[in-house]
Structures are given as structure tokens and as C-alpha cells.
Design a protein around this ligand. Structure first.
Ligand code: GUN
Ligand code: ZN
Length: 428
């Protein structure tokens, strides 16, 4: 049995820093993580682990931080090629850039090319698990899962369903959305490290019949996650109200068709009404904060105060409405957005959101997202002095939080020294 002992700085979360503050984390300047069979087999001070596991191969990362790999809870891998497209707000952005690009995924070779490129970019940024929307084409789901499987990644994805308000070539029907989603679910869900996610894009692009069909599919497979968008822009909300005149609010357009539940993941969720917040709390649903997207497309400022309630909050790039592939840049944006709402997020909260918080939102926190015995060894080694600008700031640090915060605010893929998937080093 081969064992590998990684030495470096470590952070172990014993609680939720939104509820307990930074005391929820235990820091070791000289910590260690033992990997055995792709999992974390021990964690603690380097001195103890060296004594307890004398035969393990040792890899010493010095002052670098050994962290769980980042978990990106909401992305659109098919939008990789149109990231950073200029000048539009949500609905125009979808019609001008997104839908024409997603039509290209009709070609399975193109889908395979983008899926591989996307996962290599995210790995280079330290992200080891994503939950992705695909396109309406089932082959785009196969392409994504095959690319994730080749790389050994734990990954989640689903066929994006739309049967109205999109180009003809990009529309399915209530029946075909149900049939295709079910066939993909049966093909991929629970295979190795892969999970299928039922994926109605958002209420404006689904008829009530399609929402009901996908609600029925979810009722048949309640262990699956269901992902969609909620209350991202005010124009979008007004449009939803006109399309669903009897709905109490945006969330009701999902609830009425069986698409509200504990395993529901609601992206953006910025302009929520009090009833919506109450219902999301009652069911214990998960919200996904996409701060670079919300500023880039001009959507608004998510309320991080929600992380103190019973909804779970994950963090996400929302590539390509989001403007990059990096969860470090996304943490920086989360910090800035919270500042604009008068909230100062602690570095402990930011790094937790990008790892355990997102894993919790995806219902995977018993498997990954934290340095804990038994968890899958998807890890990122973070250089806290990756550029001269960051190094000259972190050199003054007295605490791990002061040392980490400059990398959160100014870091990018240069801060990612090494990535491990199920214990194995990935070539970046
Ligand atoms: N709402 C519906 N579809 C999308 C999408 O692709 N990106 C974003 N940001 N919002 C959406
Ligand atoms: Zn999205």
C-alpha cells in the first residue's frame, strides 16, 4: 500500500465560518496530509504524521498552502469560447452571444474539443469539481462527462432544456427534454465520480409543460440535483411575471411544477422577495453566488447575509457570463460585492465558500471540499507569494489570514503550484 505525506501549511475547518467566524478553522504552519488510495488518510501537524507514518513518501511544499481543490457550483462549459463578450445585459447577451455559440454544440467534435479545453483551464486554476450546464444536445453532455472521466474528476452536469424563447435549432420539447434527460441520467448518474443534474435553463425558456415534465423526472429521481437560474436581473423578473401571470413570484414558477426542493440549486438569486427567501429556507435549498457574472452582466449584488440562514450558499464563476475561470478571482469579486453591501467577508469565509461551502451546496461535503479523513484527495497547492506584488504584501503578514488575503484578492492561475485529483498530480 503506497502512502504519500504532503507537508505544507494546512487549514482544517471544524465548523462554518459564517456562523462561527475564523475560529471555525485550525491552522498549522507546518501541517501534513497523508494520501492513501486517492483519499485523505490522516491530517494534522507534520511532526505527528511523520512519526506515525514513517514509511510514507514525503513531498514537502514548504510554506505553500495545501487546500482542498476548488469547487465551482455553477458553470456553462459551452460558453468557454464566448467568455468576455462585450456590452450586453442578460437577455441580449443570451441572444447575441450565448445561443449562437451553443448551437455549435450540435457538432459532437466541437463539444469534445471545448469540454477538454474547459476542464484543462479550470484545473490550471485549481478547480477540481464543477457543476456544469451543457446544451440542449445530448452529445454535449456525453462530451463533458467523457472529458471529466478521462481526467478522473468528480463532476456534475446536465442537458440544458429549453422549448421556447430560443432559436428553433436550440429548442427541444417537453417530451424530448424528459426522454433525453432521463436517458442521460440513466447513462451517467452515479457512474464513477459523475452525477447527472436535471437542468431546465430558466423559466423564460421553458413552457409550463416542460417545467412539469422535468418536475416529474425529478420526483422519479429525487437524489439527483436540479439546477436552474433564479432572479438574476430585474428585466428578466418582469419577463417571468408576464410569462407566468398567475405565479406569486419567480420561485413560484418552479415550485408550481415540482422544481423546488432541498436538492435544488438556484443560480444568482439576487433580487429575491421575502416569500421566496422564506420558502428557500423552509426547504433548505441551495443558492449559488456568481459574483463576477453578476457584475459583468450588470445583474446586481447578492446578499451574503443569506449564508447565515438555512439555505446553503455555494460560490461559482458562471463561466462564460462570469468573466474568468478562476475561483481566486471569484473570491475577490465576492469580497468586493459584499463590501458594496456593507459586509466584509473574512478570508476564512471566502476560502470556505470556494471549497466546503460549494461542496455543501452540491451535497458533496461528505466526499470532498475539506481536509478531512476519508475525503477524496482532490487538492490544490497554493503559492502565497506567486507574484512580486503579492509577495511584497504577504511578507508583512502575521497570520495565515493576512498571508492568504493578498492571494485571494490579486492571485490567479500563477498561484496554483500543483493540483491533485484523487491523490494523483495533474500535469497543468
Ligand atoms: N440565465 C439563463 N441562462 C443563463 C446563462 O447562460 N447565463 C447566465 N448568467 N444567466 C442565464
Ligand atoms: Zn448560469
Amino acid at each position: 500500500m503506497t502512502e504519500e505525506l504532503l507537508l505544507g501549511q494546512t487549514l482544517e475547518f471544524t465548523g462554518d465560518p459564517f456562523l462561527e467566524g475564523p475560529e471555525a478553522a485550525r491552522h498549522d504552519t507546518r501541517g501534513a496530509v497523508l494520501i492513501r488510495d486517492g483519499k485523505i488518510a490522516d491530517i494534522g501537524p507534520a511532526s505527528r504524521l511523520r512519526a506515525d507514518h514513517p514509511h510514507a513518501t514525503v513531498t514537502d511544499y514548504g510554506d505553500k498552502l495545501i487546500s482542498p481543490g476548488f469547487v465551482d457550483a455553477h458553470v456553462h462549459y459551452p460558453q468557454t469560447g464566448i467568455i468576455a463578450s462585450w456590452g450586453k445585459r442578460l437577455i441580449d447577451w443570451l441572444n447575441s452571444y450565448t445561443f449562437p455559440e451553443e448551437m455549435r454544440f450540435d457538432d459532437p467534435d466541437y463539444a469534445r474539443d471545448v469540454a477538454g479545453r474547459y476542464l484543462d483551464l479550470t484545473l490550471a486554476n485549481g478547480t477540481t469539481t464543477v457543476a456544469s450546464y451543457c446544451t440542449i444536445y445530448p452529445a454535449s453532455v456525453d462530451a463533458f462527462f467523457e472529458a471529466a472521466e478521462t481526467r478522473g474528476l468528480r463532476a456534475l452536469a446536465g442537458k440544458t432544456c429549453m422549448d421556447r424563447n430560443a432559436p428553433d435549432g436550440l429548442c427541444d420539447t417537453p417530451q424530448s427534454a424528459y426522454d433525453d434527460s432521463k436517458a442521460l441520467l440513466q447513462k451517467w448518474h452515479g457512474i464513477g465520480r459523475l452525477s447527472y443534474v436535471i437542468t431546465p435553463r430558466f423559466s423564460p425558456t421553458s413552457t409550463p409543460e416542460q417545467l412539469a415534465a422535468l418536475g416529474a423526472l425529478w420526483a422519479e429521481h429525487p437524489d439527483c440535483l436540479m439546477q436552474t437560474h433564479l432572479s438574476e436581473q430585474t428585466d428578466e423578473i418582469a419577463w417571468v411575471k408576464s410569462l407566468f401571470p398567475t405565479a406569486r413570484d419567480y420561485l413560484d414558477t418552479y415550485e408550481a411544477f415540482g422544481l423546488l426542493g432541498k436538492n435544488g440549486l438556484y443560480g444568482h438569486a439576487i433580487h429575491l422577495e421575502p416569500r421566496e427567501i422564506d420558502r428557500l429556507n423552509e426547504v433548505g435549498a441551495a443558492l449559488v453566488h456568481c459574483p463576477t457574472s453578476n457584475t459583468f452582466i450588470g445583474s446586481g449584488l447578492f446578499d451574503m447575509g443569506l449564508a447565515k440562514s438555512t439555505v446553503r450558499v455555494g460560490l461559482a464563476t458562471d463561466t462564460g457570463g462570469g468573466s474568468n475561470f478562476s475561483m481566486l478571482r471569484t473570491m475577490a469579486a465576492a469580497y468586493e460585492v459584499a463590501q458594496l453591501r456593507g459586509q466584509a467577508l473574512h478570508p476564512a469565509q471566502l476560502i470556505w465558500l470556494a471549497t466546503e461551502g460549494s461542496a455543501q451546496a452540491l451535497g458533496l461535503n461528505d466526499k470532498l471540499g475539506k481536509l478531512a479523513i476519508g475525503h477524496e484527495a482532490d487538492l490544490v497547492i497554493i503559492d502565497l507569494e506567486s507574484t512580486p506584488a503579492i509577495a511584497q504584501r504577504s511578507v508583512r503578514a502575521d497570520t495565515i489570514w493576512e498571508a492568504l488575503f493578498p492571494t485571494i484578492m490579486m492571485g490567479d492561475d500563477r498561484a496554483i503550484s500543483e493540483v491533485r485529483v484523487a491523490g494523483r498530480v495533474v500535469s497543468l
